[in-house]
Write a protein that binds this ligand. Structure first.
Ligand code: UDX
Length: 462
């Protein structure tokens, strides 16, 4: 099928490349011409594992191309996916102006019948507004439109795998032809007829994905409901972690036991610095606004958001407790991206943390395998280190903010020898507390027993 993708951000690029990978002819466009230029020169405006190979392969096979000509892209596609940004406004509402522009563009440029698919996360009833806008702005008597909602559940860092091997595909449709067309688009994925992007062969990794056909309103709601639930789950884990810290219990043990209950499940129970990134914080905010407008009591969501906002206060309080004062101290921040395997720093806990450390006149050093370039634009004058050893050199504390796997493999004894004081404040429970303490680190994790309690336990054991 001929597919047009409007918006070359994370969602648009991954969707476009993967739809080409499963055999469709895809054109991607964006009103940011510099992005299209980068893509046409073989670069990528984002880092996402496996995306580069998939883009290159499909461009070579002439199934994927990029154009700055928005109208040409719209006219080309039998199906047009709207993947533009819906960033938060000051009051927490989603900014839908890019969706509105996309609707007017599609209406103006279309010369045939089109399936218009919302993939961006949007508040409920956006589909209805889209139908109205397309009808109002249509300019050609040969054009007609069906609207569908097809929310994405892509996680940054695993977005390609999530697209090609999803657990479920949700399509919200208002008529049968739209359903048939979407079934056809996703047929190779539903039939698991897709080569694994990592191994380049058919590796049936798990059960075939479930296809859920819903109303457009339900599909729009499903995305918000999922992300808000995940946010609540993380805040719940953080609440338990705070209780553990006060009671010398171990949150890792508690979460492990909770996760073994199939009614709860093990994922999204990792306590730490809270949820960041461009989706969970903005989606829960928009969902709160949506609920308030509908007159629904959303205090559960508000509390989850509040718990999340306090994570950095809580983390900094630990630093003050150990270092007494922060002014002029040298602190290394290990990890900038909002989570591993991405260079995305939007709403990353590290950004707020660095801002707060600078307010306290801390000498901040940072290191991240992918997130340094983007951070430089926000904090040009902090010290960017070539590796974690340079970061440790002379530091009075190391703060672990992103749980990159490669940090586990570091030579921690070497790091200890380089530090002015071997203090580690681990915001992600990345490192094994017992081993770090046995190595001589002053180690503080999230929701784990204090060093004093650990000392007593080790003495009792020996
Ligand atoms: C999320 C949703 O998971 C995805 O389905 C949706 O399409 C987009 O939003 P993403 O933003 O890529 O994906 O990241 P995710 O893996 O969900 O993590 C979000 C944040 O929560 C990160 O900051 C992560 O560190 C944090 N997190 C996650 C925790 O603090 N604890 C956990 O147990 C899980």
């Amino acid at each position: 099928m001929r597919i047009a993708i409007l918006g070359c951000g994370y969602v648009g690029l991954v969707s476009g490349a993967c739809l080409a990978e499963i055999g469709h002819s895809v054109v991607c466009t964006d009103n940011d011409e510099s992005k299209i230029l980068t893509l046409n020169q073989g670069g990528l405006p984002i880092y996402e594992p496996h995306l580069k190979e998939i883009v290159a392969r499909n461009v070579d096979a002439q199934r994927l191309r990029f154009t700055a000509d928005l109208g040409e892209a719209v006219r080309y596609g039998d199906a047009v996916f709207i993947c533009v940004g819906t960033p938060p406004l000051q009051d927490g509402d989603a900014d839908l102006s890019a969706i509105d522009s996309a609707a007017r563009l599609i209406a103006r440029e279309s010369r045939s019948s089109k399936l218009v698919i919302e993939k961006s996360t949007v508040p409920m009833q956006t589909g209805q507004k889209l139908v109205r806008a397309l009808a109002i702005y249509a300019r050609n008597s040969d054009s007609s439109f069906s609207v569908a909602s097809n929310p994405e559940f892509l996680r940054e860092g695993t977005a390609v795998l999530d697209f090609l091997h999803p657990d479920r595909i949700v399509i919200g449709v208002g008529n049968e032809p739209a359903e048939t067309q979407l079934r056809e688009i996703y047929r190779p994925i539903l039939e698991q007829n897709v080569a694994c992007p990592i191994h380049q062969q058919n590796c049936p990794p798990k059960e075939a994905p479930k296809l859920l056909v819903t109303s457009i309103n339900s599909a729009e709601l499903i995305k918000h409901a999922c992300n808000s639930f995940l946010a609540v789950k993380i805040s719940y884990a953080n609440l338990i972690a705070d209780i553990c810290e006060n009671m010398d219990a171990d949150v890792e043990e508690v979460m492990q036991a909770m996760g073994l209950d199939p009614r709860i499940g093990p994922s999204f129970l990792r306590p730490g610095l809270g949820f960041g990134g461009f989706c969970l914080p903005k989606d829960i905010q928009a969902f709160i606004r949506l609920g308030e407008k509908a007159g629904v009591d959303v205090s559960l969501l508000r509390d989850a958001e509040l718990i999340n906002k306090r994570r950095i206060d809580h983390f900094l309080a630990k630093a003050v407790n150990s270092l007494w004062t922060l002014k002029a101290k040298c602190i290394g921040v290990l990890g900038l991206a909002f989570k591993p395997h991405t260079d995305d720093i939007r709403f990353a806990p590290a950004m707020e943390l660095i801002g707060r450390l600078l307010q306290e006149h801390v000498r901040v050093k940072v290191y991240d395998p992918q997130g340094m370039e983007k951070t430089k634009a926000l904090f040009p004058s902090i010290h960017y280190c070539a590796d974690p050893y340079e970061l440790a050199d002379g530091a009075e504390a190391l703060m672990i903010v992103t749980e990159w796997d490669c940090f586990r493999q570091l030579d921690w004894l070497r790091i200890k020898s380089l530090m002015q004081r071997p203090l580690i404040i681990d915001g992600r429970n990345l490192l094994p507390s017992d081993e770090m303490r046995a190595m001589g680190f002053e180690y503080q994790g999230v929701g784990i027993p204090t060093a004093e309690a650990w000392d007593m336990k080790s003495r009792a054991a020996s």
